[in-house]
Design a protein around this ligand. Structure first.
Ligand code: GRF
Length: 192
């Protein structure tokens, strides 16, 4: 299964998927392109370091979402992408990509959805004082962090927890859960 990873930032989830492929923890999955709306993103550098094709763009260079998504779609088609994985992509997808990849786009989010949607889900959980938060991998629709849930993992917030310790615990679970879900999707595709 050929996947495109979309990332705007650090790209630790992108790196985790790469590592799972390299170590053969997941098989029959290939990252054929990294897409980023931020040419300066660390994720972009990480992709270049391992010679994964990259497509970057700046939203301000386009008149609207449809225009840049059409260009993204062209790149994905060229690479025969089957699935899109959003890993820290800080934009809502528009109709062009949602329609072309209906049911074939997933996202990873650092909370137990539907709690703490949107930005800084980890900070929101700490501020609220919940004792349990976690990680969700879900199919993407037009909403922000909505769409059918595929898998979740709980993470406990213990006394004395700091933002840094919680980020670390959440990331550990993201880096395990996301590749696992990708593998299960690849298995389903192969069985079709
Ligand atoms: C992750 O916490 C993910 O859940 C959220 O954005 C963050 C991306 O981190 N959607 P990274 O760029 O993969 O390190």
């Amino acid at each position: 299964m050929k996947i495109a990873v979309f990332a705007s930032g650090t790209g630790s989830n992108f790196a985790a998927i790469l590592e799972s492929i390299k170590s053969k923890q997941i098989t029959d999955v290939e990252i054929v392109i990294l897409v980023s709306d931020n040419p300066e993103a660390l994720a972009v550098q990480k992709a270049k370091d391992v010679s994964i094709p990259v497509f970057t763009f700046r939203v301000k260079d386009f008149s609207n979402k449809q225009a840049y998504e059409e260009l993204i779609l062209e790149k994905l088609s060229q690479k025969q992408v089957d699935f899109i994985v959003l890993a820290g992509y800080m934009r809502l997808l528009g109709q062009v990509l949602l329609h072309a990849y209906d049911g074939k786009i997933i996202n990873v989010h650092p909370s137990l959805l539907p709690a703490f949607k949107g930005k800084d889900a980890i900070g929101q959980a700490l501020d609220y004082g919940v004792k349990v938060t976690g990680v969700t991998v879900h199919f993407v629709d037009e909403g922000m962090d909505t769409g059918p849930i595929i898998a979740q993992q709980t993470v406990e917030i213990v006394s004395g927890e700091t933002r840094d310790t919680l980020i670390k615990k959440i990331q550990e679970q993201e880096h395990r859960l996301l590749p696992e879900v990708i593998q299960s999707l690849a298995n389903k595709e192969a069985a079709k």
